[in-house]
Design a protein around this ligand. Structure first.
Ligand code: GLC
Length: 511
């Protein structure tokens, strides 16, 4: 049996607002994604995950959905999305949508109806509760953002509170209600029938709630409930969704955002191979510092959690919620070494648009900040060329450009074979060509201080990866042929790792 594409492939996350604008409103759109499919094909990615493009008042920039089955006019039309899916498929690129099952927008007709009266047929689609005896919220849960917000908002007209793990404009759906489950399943079928290849599931760990809505456990008061929610019912909801997805042909995939603070149990979300196909382990995945020991521990930890249950890891360095890893790790040399790491680990890598050109976060002046969660920097627009508008129709994109856009842009880096973008392309090609890198075993190896070393092996093919996390050159026995180095195009063979250098070493065949 050959492995499904989502195990061997590489997924590229697009934050559509920031990818490319084509209609001049300063916000990226679906046509912008379609026009750059050739860039993605050139790079060699296997699938795109689009952050939400559904109708939305954009309080959380699309993660507040007002209609799950239509495209927001800001991004285009359903026909544009159909065209994008078809054109991506024509290039062998699959397309995942971002499904937000935990909450809707407060403008979604379901919530508008629910809020209308206590006797509304949709009242129970959300979590409505009477005030506590003191008139305050029904329990002590905190929302994820803005900082220190209650997870409850009082509705004046019906004199009850409703629950929201995120903004007040993002009321939580009540999955205990079978009508909600049916409606959300219909949403999934709507898109699967249209040919999407799967979904990234927002806040997958948070869908189920204890209907008693108790106060936080001792010690957890004041920590956003969103990060801790882990109710057994969530697993039943995910199993039903998995059954639905698996009934479709073509290896549709469900990849869940599992974002847990303090508790760490993303392995639970695979079930017995009957819940998520893939799960992010956030924030651990993106919080690992650039240190050899930290990565060694993390790799061992992932294997210890997932190998026994036969689950497949995901690897991610950046996304739309966190400072970019170039910014976090502090230099392009490290971003290059991190690319070698990300694309040679055992599991499915997720790239975040712009990391292939080594983008850093934009410096966003106070008067241009727009995100209630403070995440603007990593959402800066992608510079496509060196012109003043960087390939966008005007200079006035919705956020400021990232640093060095006149030099750090797709056109410039494509013309430079030594650029980080070519490094990504070579890594993607090496992965595609190698069973050991795509599906092989991973064994951690002994290495000098500050160096991470591991072996990937399959069907007689063997690679060793060495990553120098230090800013010093490290003497290192490299027994094999260096086929790729983060530091240059033609590394040849050597027995020293340059500062911040990562190398991929072919060790010939063995069995
Ligand atoms: C997820 C998304 C984030 C969003 C939140 C609420 O964490 O990644 O961008 O704000 O869910 O939907």
């Amino acid at each position: 049996m050959t492995a499904p594409w989502w195990k061997t492939g590489v997924v590229y996350q697009i934050y559509p607002r920031s990818f490319l604008d084509t209609d001049g409103d300063g916000v990226g759109d679906l046509e912008g994604v379609r026009r750059r499919l050739d860039h993605l094909a050139w790079l060699g990615v296997d699938a795109i995950w689009l952050s939400p493009v559904f109708r939305s008042p954009m309080k959380d920039f699309g993660y507040d959905v007002a209609d799950y089955c239509d495209v927001d006019p800001l991004f285009g039309t359903l026909a544009d999305l159909d065209r994008l899916i078809a054109d991506a498929h024509a290039r062998g690129i699959r397309l995942l949508l971002d499904w937000v099952p935990n909450h809707t927008s407060d403008r979604h007709p379901w919530f508008v109806e629910s809020r209308g009266s206590r006797t509304s047929p949709k009242r129970d689609w959300y979590w409505w509760r009477d005030p506590a005896p003191d008139g305050g919220p029904p329990n002590d849960w905190k929302g994820a953002f803005p900082p220190d917000i209650d997870a409850w908002t009082f509705d004046e007209s019906t004199r009850q509170f409703y629950l929201h793990q995120f903004l007040p404009e993002q009321p939580d759906l009540n999955w205990e209600n079978p009508e909600v489950v049916r409606a959300m399943h219909d949403v999934l079928r709507f898109w699967l029938d249209r040919g999407v290849d799967g979904f990234r599931i927002d806040v997958a760990h948070g869908i189920g709630k204890d209907p008693a809505l108790p106060d936080e456990a001792p010690g957890w008061h004041g920590i956003p409930h969103a990060a801790l929610n882990e109710h057994p019912s969530t697993h039943a909801y995910l199993r039903a969704i998995r059954t639905l997805a698996d009934a479709y042909p073509g290896d549709r995939v469900l990849v869940g955002e599992v974002y847990q603070l303090f508790v760490r149990a993303h392995e639970r979300y695979f079930g017995r191979n009957d819940e998520l196909h893939l799960a992010f382990d956030l924030p651990a995945a993106i919080a690992t510092p650039w240190e050899a020991d930290a990565w060694r521990d993390r790799i061992a930890d992932v294997a210890a959690r997932l190998d026994p249950i036969g689950a497949w890891p995901t690897w991610v360095l950046s996304n739309h919620d966190t400072p970019r890893h170039h910014t976090r790790f502090g230099s392009e040399a490290r971003a290059r070494a991190a690319a070698v790491l990300l694309l040679t680990l055992r599991g499915t890598p997720f790239l975040y648009a712009g990391e292939e050109i080594g983008l850093e976060d934009a410096q966003v002046p106070r008067d241009r900040r727009v995100d209630p969660g403070g995440r603007d920097g990593c959402r800066a627009p992608i510079p496509w060329d060196a012109s003043p508008t960087h390939g966008w129709p005007s200079e006035d994109a919705w956020l400021p450009w990232p640093p060095d856009a006149p030099t750090r842009n797709v056109e410039r880096l494509r013309a430079d074979e030594t650029s980080i973008m070519h490094l990504y392309r070579r890594l993607l090609a090496a992965r595609r060509a190698s069973p050991a890198l795509r599906e092989g075993s991973l064994t951690l190896l002994d290495a000098p201080d500050g160096v991470l070393a591991y072996e990937r092996r399959a069907r007689g093919e063997r690679f060793v990866v060495l990553v120098n996390f230090t800013r010093e050159a490290v003497p290192c026995e490299i027994s094999g042929r260096v086929v790729l180095s983060s530091a240059g195009t033609d590394p040849g063979r050597s027995d020293v790792l340059a500062p911040d250098e990562a190398v991929l070493v072919a060790c010939g065949s063995s069995s």
